[in-house]
Every structure is written in C-alpha cells, then in structure tokens.
Design a binder for this molecule. Structure first.
Ligand SMILES: [Zn+2]
Ligand SMILES: [Zn+2]
Length: 167
C-alpha cells in the first residue's frame, strides 16, 4: 500500500534570514498588508503627520495645551528617564510605582522588566526657560496612576494621588 503523502506546505522555500517583525505580522495575510499600506498612503496624502499622537487621556484645557506638551516632552526625555530608573533601582532594588507599589516585572514577568513611567512633578509653569529637569522632580508611576494624575485639571499632586489610593 502506498504511503500517504504529507500535504504540500504552502511555503516551500526556506527563508535565508529570520522574518522581520513586519514580515512576521503580515505573513499569509496579503490583504491585511495591502490594507495597511493603503492606510499609510492615505494618511500621508491627507497631510497627516506621522509624529507621536498626543495622549488622548491627558486632559488639556486650551490654555494648558502648551504646558501639557512641554510636560510630556520632559517626561519623554529618554536620557533623564534612564538616569531616574537607574538611580531608583540602585536605591530600592526594583522599579515599583511610587504611589501604589505596582511592579511590572513582578506582575508580567520578563516583558515587564525595566517598564515604568516617569512623571515630572514640578509644574511646567514654575520652570525657568532652559531649566534642566532634576532627578528629584521625577517620580516613577505605573501607567494607571500616571493616567489618573493627568485625567483632569488641575493635575493631581503625589499627595493627592496617594490620598486617593488610601481606601
Ligand atoms: Zn501605580
Ligand atoms: Zn506626568
């Protein structure tokens, strides 16, 4: 009796290199790929800037828009965020939320390692032009606590955030 042949593999060529993230994401989904490409083309045509989208959950009063942008910009300063995390890690041995103690590594494992947000506590309006951010003005917050701080104006101080968590 003839042995059953295995079904033909759709992909018979062995790729020479591991697939890139995009290739892996769109593998076997040519429709999804073309739709995505189409969306990108349309966005560019509509003069949509592919800059980071501002956080929709950060409430901005019209007069506060500039301050919010400066605040976000400062919190995204990678060099200072890196220094803050490093100094915190040295001091506490882990990167926990300074308000609720949430620890991304503990909760999510390896993927959460080094993951925490940085909040700038000094109001931008109190900053002098060109003033550098000091490490002492930054606090590490989990994503939830950070969002709650910025969910309404005026933004919560750390005292207000901690108070809200006490129940
Ligand atoms: Zn937290
Ligand atoms: Zn913040």
């Amino acid at each position: 009796m003839e042995a059953l042949k295995p079904p033909l593999e759709p992909q018979t060529r062995t790729p020479r290199f591991p697939p890139s993230a995009a290739q892996a994401e769109f593998a076997g989904e040519p429709l999804k790929l073309s739709r995505t490409a189409q969306n990108i083309r349309e966005s560019i045509r509509a003069d949509f800037h592919l800059a980071p989208v501002p956080d929709e959950d950060i409430y901005e009063a019209s007069e506060g828009r500039v301050l919010t942008r400066v605040h976000s910009y400062r919190e995204r300063d990678r060099a200072i965020v890196k220094r803050k995390k490093k100094s915190h890690l040295k001091k506490f041995g882990r990167l926990q939320c300074e308000a609720c103690d949430f620890d991304f590594l503990e909760q999510y494992g390896e993927r959460g390692e080094g993951f925490i947000e940085c909040h700038h506590t000094k109001p931008v309006s109190d900053l002098q032009p060109g003033e550098k951010t000091k490490l002492s003005e930054l606090v590490l917050l989990c994503a939830n606590c950070h969002r709650m701080v910025h969910a309404a104006r005026p933004w919560w101080t750390m005292e207000q955030l901690r108070k809200a968590l006490e129940h």
